[in-house]
Design a protein around this ligand. Structure first.
Ligand code: RM4
Ligand code: MN
Ligand code: MN
Length: 424
């Protein structure tokens, strides 16, 4: 299904007057509006191929209706999102959940929706049917070299799939670790993992990056072999200039100061991948901005400041991706909400008066520093984000249009109500 351009135009027309009035109000708050709108128009967040179906929990999975049945339909779904918001212009594949059969046809299909392929993700946290050796006790860390070699070969295979599609990065997230004290030797697990990553690193095309993603716990509950940003940074530094740390917002221990982590990784030139989601307890993978939007804003403030300090391009120098998936909402509605939350936090961060904040910091004016941040956070930037969409030919209110044209019903009519997308 594709959303007809005239549907978008009609929708925008009907909301135009209200939008103008709202935009006018924000323009009174800042003289940066035009620059912010331009940056918002350039900004894109990749959609993970595994978030287009309803996610399960370990207790069950309640498939939604009209879920994409194959990679082609997943691309079509991301195309819908991108048509609605102009900010979802790429898709991130998880292998082997989504193995492309015909690269040229898949590239053409994606191109017809204005989409490209973001980082590819390897999967050595599950055993696949017919796989000779099990990952039950880890993959790249495994005590048995043959298991490590199998996991290395899989990662190299993933690079090849990604290369054929035009991806430029491999994300390695490992479930490796231990669930009981004494189960493994920490140093050996680290050394095996590093040695395995070194082989994969050597297989990277020269213009590729490797993202080493950390996670504090789950599925292992005593130790994770890439458990925090310090460990990820150790691997990335030892591997070389093409290796970086990836921050997934849900992968920290409770109350971690993620904005400080982001700031220091950027300072070291070692942050390159980002997974957005929200959580209250652990790796909850909830809709971005649904639990703690202020924290999201603070993280974006550090991202903007840290990227500017290094002269980085906000839109292209970091791999921005949503990594959320849950079992209640329509996945496409959920993703529209996540992208919106990201754009809002980004716009708020761009609104921060960096020069005034610097003065406040140099004067130890704590009250004023807080005022400056909250002034930006409390400004209603929704009209700026909507204006960026309007100018790009997307919808003023993506979710509203999605519902008005009954996208899900059309997908159910096309695909049926008993479809199950591959993924978690
Ligand atoms: C992990 C991690 C990875 C994602 C898998 C599905 O917790 O966030 O990025 O690929 O889940
Ligand atoms: Mn992740
Ligand atoms: Mn996760």
């Amino acid at each position: 299904m594709r959303i007809a351009a005239n549907h978008i135009a009609q929708h925008n027309e009907s909301l135009q007057a209200k939008h103008r009035a709202r935009l006018h109000a924000v323009l009174q708050e800042t003289d940066q509006a035009e620059a912010i709108i331009q940056k918002l128009m350039a900004f894109n967040v990749a959609i993970p191929s595994w978030a287009l179906g309803t996610g399960g929990t370990r207790f069950g999975r309640f498939a939604g209706a009209g879920e994409p049945r194959n990679l082609e339909e997943k691309i079509e779904d991301v195309g819908l999102l991108h048509a609605l918001n102009n900010s979802s212009g790429s898709i991130s594949l998880h292998i082997p959940w989504d193995i492309p059969k015909d690269y040229t046809a898949i590239r053409e299909l994606a191109g017809s929706f204005g989409l490209s392929f973001d980082a590819v993700n390897s999967n050595t946290f599950q055993d696949q049917p017919g796989q000779p050796l099990s990952y039950k006790f880890g993959s790249l860390q495994h005590v048995n070299k043959a298991v490590r070699e199998q996991a290395i070969a899989h990662n190299i295979d993933v690079i090849q799939h990604g290369d054929a599609l035009g991806s430029k990065a491999l994300t390695v997230w490992l479930a490796d670790g231990s669930s009981f004290p004494g189960q493994l030797n920490f140093r050996n697990a680290f050394e095996n993992t590093l040695e395995s990553l070194e082989v994969i690193y050597k297989a990277l095309p020269s213009d590729w990056k490797m993202f080493v993603e950390y996670k504090a716990f789950e599925p292992n509950f005593y130790s994770m072999t890439v458990g925090d940003w310090g460990q990820s940074l150790l691997y990335a530094n030892k591997l070389g200039p093409q290796a970086y740390t990836l921050v997934d917002l849900g992968h920290h221990l409770p109350n971690a100061n993620i904005e400080q982590i982001v700031s220091l990784l950027l300072m070291e030139g070692k942050l390159a991948g980002f997974h957005f989601n929200d959580s209250k307890y652990g790796d909850d993978d909830l809709t971005v901005g649904s639990i703690n939007p202020y924290q999201l804003f603070l993280i974006f403030k550090e991202l903007v400041e840290g990227m500017d300090a290094r002269g980085m391009n906000h839109a292209t120098d970091l791999g921005w991706m949503i990594d959320a998936s849950h079992n209640l909402k329509d996945p496409l509605e959920d993703l529209l909400q996540s992208v919106e939350a990201i754009m809002l936090a980004y716009a708020q961060a761009l609104l921060v008066d960096a020069a005034a904040l610097k003065v406040a910091q140099l004067n130890n004016d704590v009250t004023q520093a807080q005022e400056i941040l909250q002034q930006a956070y409390r400004t209603d930037v929704r009209p700026l984000v909507a204006e960026a969409r309007l100018r790009a030919g997307a919808a003023l209110q993506p979710l509203q249009l999605y519902r008005n044209v009954a996208v899900r019903k059309a997908l159910v009519d096309e695909r049926g109500s008993n479809t199950v997308a591959t993924g978690l």
